[in-house]
Design a binder for this molecule. Structure first.
Ligand code: FRU
Length: 329
């Protein structure tokens, strides 16, 4: 199969579909709430069924991903998307992929919770000829059709470099990590270590907060009780950075005025708002890839191949760049 770059080939694929007789009728819509579990309700115009397994819908970033998918799918009445929410349980997500296989959907999109447990079900789908698009968190090996996600090593590295400057080259840092059994969690840490290399920044406390704000808040409370001098917090996502800020305010010593908080994701209603409110010093954008997933799906459904790996860019939002929509890195 020939590989096509997304921008050009989607137009071709869409034209092909129109020629083969898509009538452009209603199609199935994703749930208006951004993706509660639903069966989709296929209509006559929908020629292809896509199963989408989302690792959870408890985090705003994932609700946004489903919305981005839903929005992009509006241009394609020939696809019907069945959304499933795995409620942050790898076992549920395994079952969802297997359920999609049993239903013989035409394509699967998965945003996995963890790499290892989801590798096998994805391979099973591929073995049966069902293309799989993996979004955001990678699986192991390379048995999938297309992976789409941000460059987490780069994000960690850029954040590290930014922090070195913001702290004048030295300081005590708390690192509130994302789930370490997921690839972005490991990559954001490794990139950060590269970014602070050669500086006098020390990680004095770290914890796996599994991407969750309440965990980050709890871990930060214990870090605050142990360390009188904390200069910055690196939250692997904005909810973690925000949880750390909340814990610092709750401590009641006013240390939130001297500690600098950094996060990742940069949703307009979350991290970007925190920067505007002066809660975060900076946040680094982590695009959801929802639109790109639909572009890739259209190619695959029409027997064309998108690039095997699609890496999305990032932007930094801080007090100087937030008003102009961030600065691309
Ligand atoms: C949401 C999330 C984001 C983060 C991404 C990493 O579940 O935690 O905040 O950037 O996953 O996979």
């Amino acid at each position: 199969m020939k590989r096509f770059s997304i921008g050009t080939a989607v137009v071709t694929a869409f034209a092909v579909l129109t020629l083969v007789g898509c009538n452009g009728g209603g199609g199935d819509k994703a749930p208006a709430d951004g993706g509660k579990p639903g069966t989709g309700g296929k209509t006559a115009a929908a020629k292809f069924t896509i199963g989408m397994s989302q690792c959870n819908l408890g985090e705003p970033w994932r609700v946004q991903m489903n919305k981005d998918i839903e929005e992009a799918a509006k241009a394609h009445p020939e696809i019907n998307i069945i959304y499933r929410d795995a409620s942050n349980k790898s076992e549920s997500q395994q079952a969802q992929v297997r359920e999609f296989i049993q239903q013989r959907v035409n394509l699967i999109i998965i945003s996995p919770k963890e790499s290892r447990p989801l590798t096998k079900p994805v391979e099973e789908a591929m073995d049966l000829g069902i293309p799989v698009i993996v979004l955001d968190r990678a699986i192991e090996g390379d048995k999938y059709s297309c992976f789409i996600g941000g460059d987490n090593v780069k994000i960690g590295r850029e954040l590290g470099k930014f922090m070195v400057k913001a702290l004048g080259g030295k300081g005590n840092v708390i690192e509130l990590k994302g789930l370490q059994t997921s690839v972005p969690g490991k990559d954001r840490h490794n990139g950060f270590m590269e970014g602070i290399k050669g500086s006098q920044i020390k990680i004095i406390f770290d914890a796996d907060c599994q991407w969750l704000e309440p965990n980050a808040q709890k871990e930060m409370a214990s870090a605050l009780s142990r360390f009188p001098q904390i200069d910055a917090v690196y939250g692997h996502n904005d909810p973690s950075a925000h949880g750390a800020y909340q814990a610092t305010v709750q401590e009641g010593k006013g240390r939130e005025k001297t500690i600098k908080f950094f996060g990742v994701d940069a949703l307009p209603t979350e991290g970007v708002k925190y920067v505007k409110d002066g809660v975060l010093t900076a946040t680094f954008q982590y695009p959801t890839g929802g639109k790109e997933a639909i572009d890739a799906a259209i190619l695959l459904l029409n027997k064309m191949s998108p690039d095997k790996k699609i890496v999305l860019g990032t932007k930094v939002f801080n007090k100087d760049t937030v008003a102009k929509g961030g600065e691309a890195l």
